[in-house]
Each structure stands twice: as C-alpha cells, then as structure tokens.
Write a protein that binds this ligand. Structure first.
Ligand SMILES: NC(=O)c1ccc[n+]([C@@H]2O[C@H](COP(=O)([O-])OP(=O)(O)OC[C@H]3O[C@@H](n4cnc5c(N)ncnc54)[C@H](O)[C@@H]3O)[C@@H](O)[C@H]2O)c1
Length: 266
C-alpha cells in the first residue's frame, strides 16, 4: 500500500464501525492520522484501541453543532491541523411515508443530512488555513427510491446536493467536496438484510456482481476522492454498487411486515 496520506489529518464522523472504521484503517495504513467521532462510546473505544497514537476518539452526536465543533477542534488540538473530512454517520428507519412518524423522519434527516452539513461546516472552517478534501457518504438511494425508505432516500439525495453546493462554495478555499454512494455493504447497518435469506436474495438478484461490497471496497473509493489522485475532482458522486444502479432497487413490499417485526423485536 502507498503512503498517500503521510502528514495528513482527518476527522471521520461515524468512524467507530463499518465504512468509517474501514476508512480509518486504510488511512492509517497510508500514513494518515485521525480523530474518530461517534455517538456510540463503547464501539468508539473498541475501534480506537486497535490503533496507536495516530487515532484519537471524540464522542459526538452529529446532530449537535457544539459537539461537531468540538470534534474538529480535537483534531486541531491533538494533531495541529485538519486536512480531510469523512462524514459517514448514518442510519435508516424503515417505514412507508404514510405511516412514518414525524420523530422518525426527523431522526433520519437530522443524522443523515443535517449532521453531514454540520460536519462540512466545521471541517471547512478548520481547514481554512491550507485547504483540504471532504468526502460525504450518501447511498445508492441518493439516486434510487427504496420502498419504506423515503426518509433515508430523501436525506441521501440531500447529501449529494449538499456536497455539490459545498464544492461550489469551498473551491475558492482550496477545499474539494465529493460524495461516495455505496450499494449494499457488509456492515452492522445491513445485518437485518443479510439475516433473512429471502430478503438477501431479493437484493442480490438486482446486483449484477451478485454480492455485497466489503467496507474496505467503499473505503478505497472514499480515499481515492480524498487523495491527490482526485486533485481535479469536486462535486462528483461516485457510485460504488457492483453495477446495481443499472437494475434498480428490489421490490420490498413483500418484506415490509417482516422488516417491521424484526425492528420491533430489537
Ligand atoms: N452498509 C450499507 O449497505 C450502506 C449502503 C449505503 C450507504 N451507507 C451509508 O454508509 C454510512 C456508514 O454506514 P455503515 O454501513 O458503515 O453503518 P454502521 O452502522 O456500521 O456505521 C454507522 C456509524 O454511525 C454512527 N452514528 C449513528 N448515528 C450517529 C450520530 N447521531 N452521531 C454520530 N455517529 C452516529 C454509529 O454509531 C455507527 O458507528 C451511513 O451513512 C450509511 O447510510 C451504508
């Protein structure tokens, strides 16, 4: 592996698990240092413990501006600079638009869209002296609707536009902003899909490569966008989905009852 991130410092919001943690592993392997920000304290401690002094934790709920500001300030305090932002915190709540409760809509939009905006805002401020690169994690659902996933799809479509708007506004500050849109990826977020063989089959039938991504495959795309290899790329949305966008989303209507029952049992 090369050393594209020697001397670079990152904030990775949602870095305690899944795609964010995979980004941290690749970044450190290529010479970078990072503050991992996450709301899940125990997962955060576990994640940080696998690294040395190159990685520090910051407990943060990305919905709370003061906590997001403290996360970027932690990078400056611990490592003296901030060059890169990876905004990965997210979750989904299954529910048809006519059944979804207002609080559920707010939770998804606040974490998946407002949280990304707050991270972009404070990362860009911390990068002001020298520029940098920001990668926001959206989803294939930034492009394609999901039955029962209206709040999530709207939030992720918003992330793509947020990135484009930020690319426009931050280019004069030498900050590039891009989106990565994963398809089905093997993380704790999709445990429910992979635990139901019929549901998993419905997904895999739609994915031309007939498998989910590893978190590392998504991290590779995110780190490309953050690296100097992408020096002239800003405002783009890199879809990393095994070709899934060519076929569209599976029809989840037959699975709606089971998905809701599984959620209620958790
Ligand atoms: N796994 C997939 O198939 C998939 C597909 C498309 C997009 N995504 C997106 O990728 C991103 C990473 O998800 P993942 O699959 O790695 O899931 P994950 O559950 O493994 O990681 C998400 C992390 O975000 C953190 N988080 C949640 N709410 C937070 C908050 N309010 N403040 C701070 N941190 C918070 C969680 O604690 C967790 O550590 C998400 O934005 C998700 O929507 C995932």
């Amino acid at each position: 592996m090369g050393r594209r991130f020697d001397g670079k410092v990152a904030v990775i919001a949602g870095g305690a698990s899944g795609i964010g943690l995979a980004i941290a592993r690749r970044l450190v392997a290529e010479g970078g240092r990072a503050v991992l920000g996450d709301v899940n304290r125990s997962a955060l401690q576990g994640a940080v413990s696998e690294f040395g002094a190159q990685v520090r934790p910051a407990t943060v709920d990305v919905r709370v501006e003061a906590q997001v500001a403290a996360m970027t300030e932690a990078a400056l305090a611990q490592f003296g600079r901030l060059d890169l932002g990876f905004n990965c915190a997210g979750l989904g709540i299954f529910g048809e638009l006519v059944e979804l409760e207002e609080a559920q809509w707010d939770t998804v939009l606040d974490i998946c869209l407002k949280g990304v905006w707050l991270c972009v805002k404070h990362e860009a401020r911390a990068m002001a002296a020298h520029g940098g690169a920001i990668v926001n994690v959206a989803s294939l659902n930034s492009q394609i609707p999901m039955y029962g996933g209206g709040a999530y799809s709207c939030a992720k479509a918003g992330v793509e536009m947020l990135s484009r708007n930020a690319a426009l506004e931050l280019a004069p500050r030498a900050i590039r902003v891009n989106t990565v849109s994963p398809g089905l990826t093997e993380t704790p977020l999709t445990t429910g899909v992979r635990a139901d063989p019929q549901l998993e089959a419905a997904y895999l039938q739609r994915i031309p490569m007939a498998r989910a991504a590893s978190p590392d495959e998504i991290a590779a795309a995110a780190l490309f966008l953050a690296s100097d290899d992408a020096a002239y790329v800003s405002g783009s949305n890199l879809i990393v989905d095994g070709g899934w966008q060519t076929t569209g989303y599976p029809d989840l209507r037959p699975f709606a009852r089971g998905i809701k029952a599984a959620r209620a049992a958790r």
